[in-house]
Write a protein that binds this ligand. Structure first.
Ligand code: AHR
Length: 500
């Protein structure tokens, strides 16, 4: 099958906000305990943080990490996680029916984030709590000193404020499953008042208001309109979430889901513009897509197990083991964010360690890369710069989720400082290679490198004993020729093509 792609030096989408390669770490299952934190682990540092995990997180170079939830945050008391560890209370976590030991709280997470080279994106609890606890938390984290909360922080070992810039006003407040779930009008009012109070502390904070938990929610997209009408003047981003499922084991339908993602983003961008116009506002609210990933492998089994268990501490939960098919999906999702760089300014893979995550650990043992680690790593490392507006001509197929799904999913990024062009390409077709004539108009191509991920088995996984089963190799499918590049992308494959 043949495709034609044209990249022109005059055609760009927008500068990419590197925070689209953000991540998420929730107090859930083994994400924190035996994930990032395991005192006594052979690689643990003095504060109990696993060195092997830190190394993998640093390699991923995720610029921002959302914490501490997720559904967890909606019944969380942040004060439980400060002060001497032996005096911290154990609490029931209502979201996941587990027991929270509070051995990790804001101090431990902030120290870890510093070591990992990632900025904190903190969420306040607007479910079981409200404005007052939120303002106390922000004061504790960000105020320089001389007040009750900032002096308590100093007493607890941290004199200088952390100065966290990015704050989420609750989590998935449209979801009936959320502790303290609210109607759009109720939540919009609370979020607006909370935002005003936080801006009273610091007008330069970046605030994220909750949008829909997914585009199938009955309140979508009216939720976005109502919430933004209440909050537009006070917030910077509206948060969206989407998880990708393949219960039917139908690869064509599964790989069509990013088209649905694209429509979701486009619709919410339209709602933002509608409210902006209605308010005659000059402010530009953008999208924080702060939870996304494939999530279905263990989802139903987990829901069953949770019903019966007796409030365990840090149990195995949401530990999806990803396959090669998921590499293709994650590649297409990241490409969608790059192509929508004009409106998506933050996106967080959910999550980072053990819980629907690119990094897995064994308690007391190894840490390894799941299959989806690779497309995330490549986008995070090489997907920085300016998103290119590519003209793509390629046949496609019809799916339930979209009338036209192109066989080739491609995004292009130019990094003018490094003088490189990078293309991320997924061949969705499992039967035929794609021969791509990629014209480079206004660019010179001196060198080209092809990195390829493919496997004969869509179900192939990486495990502790076989951690490199699905891994990138040097490809031979890219050459300089024609008006730019000639590519051959094998059936069902992920490619990164870098031009110098
Ligand atoms: O990431 C897992 C869960 O998915 C989060 O806690 C919640 O926000 C979403 O429903």
């Amino acid at each position: 099958m043949k495709a034609r792609v044209t990249a022109h030096s005059a055609f760009t989408v927008a500068d990419i906000d590197k925070r689209i390669y953000g991540s998420f770490l929730e107090h859930l299952g083994r994400a924190v305990y035996t994930g990032i934190y395991e005192p006594g682990h052979p690689t643990a540092d003095a504060s109990g943080m696993r060195g092997d995990v830190l190394e993998l997180v640093r390699e991923l170079d995720t610029p921002v990490c959302r914490y501490p939830g997720g559904n967890f945050v909606s019944a969380y008391n942040w004060e439980d996680g400060i002060g001497p560890k032996d005096q911290r209370p154990k609490r029931l976590d209502l979201a996941w029916r587990t027991t929270e030991s509070n051995q990790v709280g804001i101090h431990e997470f902030a120290d870890w984030a510093e070591k990992a080279g990632t900025e904190m994106m903190l969420a306040v609890n607007l479910g079981s709590r409200g404005l007052d606890e939120a303002r106390a938390f922000v004061e504790y984290v960000n105020h320089k000193g001389g007040t009750y909360w900032s002096d308590l922080r100093a007493k607890n070992g941290r004199k200088d404020p952390w100065n966290c810039r990015l704050w989420c006003l609750g989590n998935e407040m449209d979801g009936p499953w959320q502790v303290g779930h609210k109607s759009a009008a109720e939540y919009g009012h609370l979020a607006n008042e909370t935002a005003k109070a936080l801006r009273g502390l610091d007008p330069t904070l970046e605030l994220v208001v909750c949008g829909s938990s997914h585009s199938g929610m009955p309140t979508y997209p009216q939720w976005e309109a109502t919430v933004l009408e209440e909050t537009y003047d006070q917030v910077d981003h509206i948060s969206l979430h989407m998880y990708f499922e393949n219960y039917e084991k139908n690869t064509r339908e599964f790989l069509a889901l990013p088209e649905k993602l694209d429509t979701y983003i486009g619709t919410v961008a339209g709602v933002i513009d509608y409210v902006k116009a209605k308010k005659r506002s000059k402010r530009k609210v953008t999208i924080s897509f702060d939870e996304w990933n494939v999530w279905y492998h263990e989802r139903k089994a987990d829901a069953e197990r949770m019903r019966d268990w007796d409030w365990p501490e840090a149990p195995v939960l949401l530990e999806d083991i990803y396959n090669f098919e998921d590499v293709l999906q994650v590649g297409c999702i990241l490409n969608t964010f790059i192509r929508r760089a004009d409106v998506v300014k933050i996106a967080c893979i959910a999550q980072l360690v053990n819980v629907i995550a690119p990094i897995m650990t064994e308690p007391g043992g190894a840490a390894w890369r799941q299959t989806i680690y690779w497309p995330f790593l490549f986008a995070s490392k090489h997907g920085r710069g300016t998103a290119m507006q590519l003209a793509v001509e390629v046949p496609g197929y019809t799916a339930d989720h979209a009338a036209h799904v192109p066989w080739l999913d491609i995004a292009g990024v130019r990094d003018d400082d490094a003088g490189t062009l990078t293309f991320f390409a997924v061949n969705r077709n499992g039967d035929e290679p794609l021969e791509v004539d990629l014209a480079l108009d206004g660019f010179a191509a001196r060198t080209v490198e092809h990195t390829l991920i493919r496997h004969d088995d869509l179900e192939a996984r990486n495990t502790k004993d076989n951690p490199d089963n699905v891994a990138p190799v040097k490809g031979d499918g890219a050459a300089i020729g024609g008006k730019g590049l000639q590519l051959v992308l094998p059936p069902h494959s992920y490619s990164m093509i870098r031009v110098g």
